[in-house]
Design a protein around this ligand. Structure first.
Ligand code: PLP
Length: 400
């Protein structure tokens, strides 16, 4: 038996991965399960992107590359930041990694010392607190209250900053709530940060292109250029371009930070896959018309799911601004009894009840730091969504 390091006990496995795995196991046992747990688009990677990867392989681009990304990918990333966000970076201010996840992990590894505080608005993407804890940092949560559209206010931010605050993490459109910040709300937050020069901003813009109802995207370094030198702008091709399996994410930020992240990459994963980098170049430089069409499809699915869930007893579902999740409250189900006589005491109980009784897999809100809620990914077919919501309506109606 090889004893494990204590740091492993400081973190939990990702709840969405665990829920997806549980759904797969039940399916393997022959149960009819609709899994709404997975955070990835059901669309395929665009054919011209696949073709670019194929051509790269045929050209022999199958070797190690520069650790922080090929010159072509770095250029495509810089062009993207300039075109979409008005942000100008040089080559030593951008890095490509194995997914947005590695960019965020690398930034935390490179900067967070034991005892440093990281401000994380709730609800949050499951990995932030665990990554911070892994290196001995302290996650400090700011409640993005449902009655404020799951957004934090400037007052909350100002009150949470201490001399130990290292970072503010922002993620909008948000996983799991779908909340986005308009320019004025974002400006209110960046104004607070101007008074606290020791606080950096890590903005996770993975869902930039999945925005609804004409919402316009904005990102902190663009809204307040004075913050650019202490902002890491994280993005990637996974969600916007339906490329989760290719594993390419990227970041733009101050050169010393990017250099440190690349140094860590040299001693851990090395460069991202050469073939995937060529695909990411094609995705970033290519037409984005299909991305807009897909965002429109997501918006239609959002409307379907929000309307059906709001017809279920005890469930209240807000309308997200972007991404492909809804994060309804199930407060009205807590304290009710299942047909077997079990009382639902938490959102985990609710999620398990939906799984066992209705064959619908969702992820409980506590995993995202906000209860009693649950998350549904609507990145699946209209038929599956309709059936799943009907089952949730029926299961909710069976509670007493
Ligand atoms: N950030 C957020 C908010 C996410 O939802 C995800 C994926 O679920 C990631 C980052 C990681 O993305 P990637 O697949 O590029 O590592």
């Amino acid at each position: 038996m090889i004893p494990l390091a204590a740091r492993v006990d400081r973190i939990q496995p990702s709840a969405s991965s665990m829920a997806t795995q549980k759904a797969r196991e039940l399916r393997a046992e022959g149960r009819d399960i609709i899994a709404l747990t997975q955070g990835e688009p059901d669309f395929d990677t665009a054919p011209f992107v696949v073709e670019a990867a194929h051509e790269a392989m045929q050209r022999g681009e199958t070797r190690y590359t520069f650790v922080g990304g090929t010159p072509e990918l770095k250029q495509a990333i810089r062009d993207k930041f300039k075109r979409d966000n008005g942000l100008e970076y040089s080559n030593d201010e951008v890095i490509a990694s194995n997914g947005g996840k590695q960019v965020i992990y690398g930034a935390i590894m490179a900067t967070v010392e034991a005892g440093d505080e990281v401000l994380i608005p709730t609800p949050y993407w499951v990995s932030y607190p665990d990554m911070v804890k892994f290196v001995g940092g302290v996650p400090v949560f700011l409640e993005g209250r449902a009655d404020n559209g799951f957004r934090i206010s400037a007052e909350q931010l100002a009150a949470a900053i201490t001399p130990k605050t290292k970072w503010l993490f922002l993620n909008a459109p948000n996983n799991p709530s779908g909340a986005a910040y308009d320019r004025a709300d974002m400006k209110a937050l960046t104004d607070v940060l101007l008074d606290h020069p020791h606080v950096g901003v890590l903005t996770d813009d993975m869902y930039e292109h999945i925005l609804f109802d004409g919402h316009e995207f904005c990102t902190p370094a663009e809204v307040e250029p004075a913050l650019k030198q202490r902002t890491l702008t994280v993005n990637g091709v996974s969600k916007s371009f339906a490329m989760t399996g290719w594993r390419i994410g990227y970041g733009g930020g101050p050169a010393p930070l990017i250099k440190a992240m690349a140094k860590l990459q040299t001693q851990s994963t090395g460069s991202p896959s050469a073939v995937s980098q060529a695909a990411a170049v094609a995705a970033l430089n290519g037409s984005h018309d299909y991305v807009k069409e897909r965002a429109q499809r997501f918006q239609e699915r959002r409307d379907l799911v929000v309307s059906m869930l709001n017809q279920a007893n005890g469930i209240e579902c807000a309308r997200p601004d972007g991404a492909f999740y809804v994060f309804p409250s199930c407060a009205g189900l807590i304290g009710k009894a299942t047909p077997d006589g079990k009382v639902l005491e938490s959102d985990l109980d609710v999620a398990l009840y939906f799984l066992e009784d209705a064959g619908v897999a969702v992820v409980h809100g506590a995993a995202y730091g906000m209860s009693p809620h649950f998350r549904i990914s609507f990145a699946t077919s209209d038929e599956a969504l309709t059936e799943a919501c009907q089952r949730i309506q029926a299961a909710s109606a069976r509670l007493a």
